[in-house]
Design a protein around this ligand. Structure first.
Ligand SMILES: [Zn+2]
Length: 299
C-alpha cells in the first residue's frame, strides 16, 4: 500500500495496554447484511458462493456471516481480531488508509479495510486470474469478506482510537448499562426488532429490502460502483462510516449519558441504511469477483 513514515509508536504503546473489545454488528446485523446481499447476487455469484460455502451453511451465505466473530476468541485465530475495525485519530472525523490501517503492534494493513482488500484479491485472483490454482482457503476468504464488508459499514468500526470506537464510552441504553459501541452493534437493531417488527428479524429485513426497492432505488448504482473499474472500495466505505460516527453516533452520547427515544428514533434510519449499503455492496463485490463474462470476453 506504500505507507511510509508513520508516527504511531506512542499510540502503539498506549494501545498495548488496552484490549479492543469489538464484536462488529451483532449476529442480527451481519445476518441482515448477508441476507440482503443474497437477493442481489448474479447467477454466476450464486453458483460460486454455493460451491465455496461450508456444508454447515446449507447453501445460505447469511448462515456463516458471523463466523469471523465466532472464531476470533480461539488462539489460532487471535491474529484476526484487529481485522474487524479501523481506528482513526480522535475528533478528526476522517480516515486515511496509510495513517490508520495498522494493528496495535504496528503491523500495516492489519485492519478492516486491509482485510477487505486482502480477501477480495485472494478470491479475485483465483476466479479472474490467469492461474486458477489458489494457495488460499477460499471458503474462509469468502466468509471473512462477507463479514468485514458488514463491519466496515458500522460507523463505530471506524471510530476514534482514544475511546476504542466507542467501547470505552459507558452509556445507558434506556435503563440498561452498556457502551456506545455496543449500542450501534446490537441495541439499536434489537430495540427496532422488538418495537417495530414484532420481534421478528425477518420482518425488519423485509422492511429494509422494501426501502431499497422504493426510497433508495436511485442510489443503488452509486452504492455499487467503485470507480476506475475497481472490484472493491473499502476506503470509501470507511470514510463514510467515520463521518456518520461523528454526525450521529458520538453526537449527544457523552460518557454517562442515557440514550432513549430521541437518540434511538433519529439513529435507526442510519443503521438501516448502513445495513442496506453493506448488503448491496457485498453483492456487487461478489458479482465482480465471480463474473464469468470477463473470462469469456478474453477467450
Ligand atoms: Zn466483526
Amino acid at each position: 500500500m506504500g505507507c511510509n513514515g508513520l508516527l504511531w509508536i506512542g499510540r502503539v504503546l498506549i494501545l498495548m495496554l488496552l484490549v479492543h473489545e469489538v464484536v462488529g454488528w451483532g449476529k442480527d446485523g451481519h445476518y441482515t447484511v448477508c441476507k440482503i446481499a443474497e437477493g442481489y447476487l448474479s447467477e454466476d455469484a450464486v453458483a460460486a458462493v454455493k460451491e465455496l460455502l461450508p456444508p454447515s451453511a446449507e447453501g445460505e451465505l447469511a448462515a456463516v456471516c458471523s463466523w469471523a466473530d465466532d472464531i476470533k476468541w480461539y488462539y489460532k485465530w487471535h491474529w484476526t481480531s484487529p481485522l474487524h475495525y479501523v481506528d482513526t485519530p480522535d475528533f478528526k472525523c476522517n480516515y486515511n488508509y496509510c495513517r490508520d490501517c495498522h494493528d496495535s503492534d504496528g503491523h500495516n494493513n492489519s485492519c478492516v479495510t486491509g482485510a477487505i482488500f486482502n480477501y477480495t484479491s485472494q478470491l479475485y485472483s483465483a476466479y479472474q486470474g490467469s492461474n486458477p490454482q489458489s494457495n488460499y482457503n477460499l471458503t474462509e476468504a469468502l466468509m471473512f469478506l462477507a463479514h468485514y464488508i458488514g463491519d466496515v459499514h458500522q460507523p463505530l468500526h471506524v471510530g476514534f482510537l482514544g475511546d476504542l470506537g466507542g467501547n470505552s464510552i459507558t452509556v445507558r441504553w434506556y435503563r440498561r448499562k452498556t457502551n456506545l459501541h455496543h449500542v450501534w452493534d446490537t441495541n439499536i437493531i434489537d430495540s427496532a426488532v422488538k418495537t417495530f417488527y414484532g420481534s421478528d428479524l425477518a420482518i425488519m429485513i423485509q422492511a429494509i429490502q422494501r426501502n431499497i426497492t422504493d426510497s433508495w432505488s436511485n442510489n443503488i448504482s452509486s452504492w455499487e460502483s467503485c470507480g476506475n473499474n475497481r472490484t472493491v472500495c473499502p476506503n470509501l466505505y470507511a470514510s463514510e462510516s467515520v463521518r456518520l460516527a461523528c454526525l450521529y453516533a458520538y453526537r449527544n452520547a457523552t460518557p454517562g449519558s442515557t440514550l432513549e427515544d430521541e437518540y434511538f428514533l433519529s439513529r435507526l434510519p442510519i443503521v438501516e441504511k448502513r445495513l442496506a449499503q453493506g448488503g448491496i455492496r457485498l453483492a456487487a463485490v461478489l458479482n465482480r469477483i465471480f463474473s464469468t463474462e470477463v473470462k469469456i470476453a478474453q477467450a
